[in-house]
Design a protein around this ligand. Sequence first.
Ligand SMILES: [Zn+2]
Ligand SMILES: [Zn+2]
Length: 329
Amino acid sequence: MALLFLVVIMKALVSENKKLKLIDLPKPILKEKGPILKVLGCGLCGSDIVKILHSEPDKKIVLGHEIVAQVEEINSDTDFKIGDKIVTSHHIPCFKCEFCKNEHYSMCEHFKKTNLDPCGFSEYVYVTEEHLKNVAYKIPANLTDVEASFYEPLGCCVRAVKKACRGNVLVIGLGTIGLLMGQALNAFGAKAFGCDILTDRIECANNFGIKSFHSDDIQEKSFDAIFMTSGADATIPLALKAVKNGGKIVVFASTPKNFGYANNEIYYRELTVLGSYSPSPADLADSIRLLTDKKVKVNGLSTVYDFENVVQAFEDTISNKILKAYVKM
Ligand SMILES: [Zn+2]
Ligand SMILES: [Zn+2]
């Protein structure tokens, strides 16, 4: 008797020598516990662009992680079932290693290893039972797919916010992440201010309840903490100017030149410069709550692209033509 294996083909986005293309891949098969998810859409993250531009030629990169999806097949001990619309993050900490014990979850080896299979910009993905148990949520009825796609990026912001949420806080850089950060800071009890060099971004931030102004108008030593969301080298001196003595600077973006904060300023002014990278499961739980309660609003931030136009979505993001792309499968 011949066994017939039916290989179903799907589309997925890959990067080859920094060029993006949609290729045919076999649809993932459910071999272990967990679900096969039909991806409904995926947000385009700044880190996807950094990955394409700076990855080594032969290194496999996974593009897309801000997914909104529907359970297509499942073998799980959790309550998730076929047809559920869910969000899930891509990495899960082990909770056992030295990094996890010290709450540096994103430094955990298991965290770095876990991911979506094959990637978020794909028609179907496999995620593990562990994803379902730790970092997945059913999408509440009051959230649209596009709104729900902010689950993971907002989780990243929540982690940063918890590290320096006191008094008057300045967000430098009012792109999507700056807008999420400012609102999350307000939700957690700080008073969020924002600055940028682009007038439309300043206006947008003010509409989201973040009191915002042009970067030229920063007052010296006037903020308890600074959140660096812009990714421009020129913002580092602005942060040092704006922070009060004894204050904190939270680094939340890579910068092209990768140069540091002045040693003597940190020393004589007792500044704390700290990083925050990726969310823990607890931060993600806070994120879905903030979105559901509309404490953080995301309406109007995303431009929606069809999957066949995903390359255009990347181009428009790189050229700053749009604030944030959501790719609909
Ligand atoms: Zn992201
Ligand atoms: Zn760990």
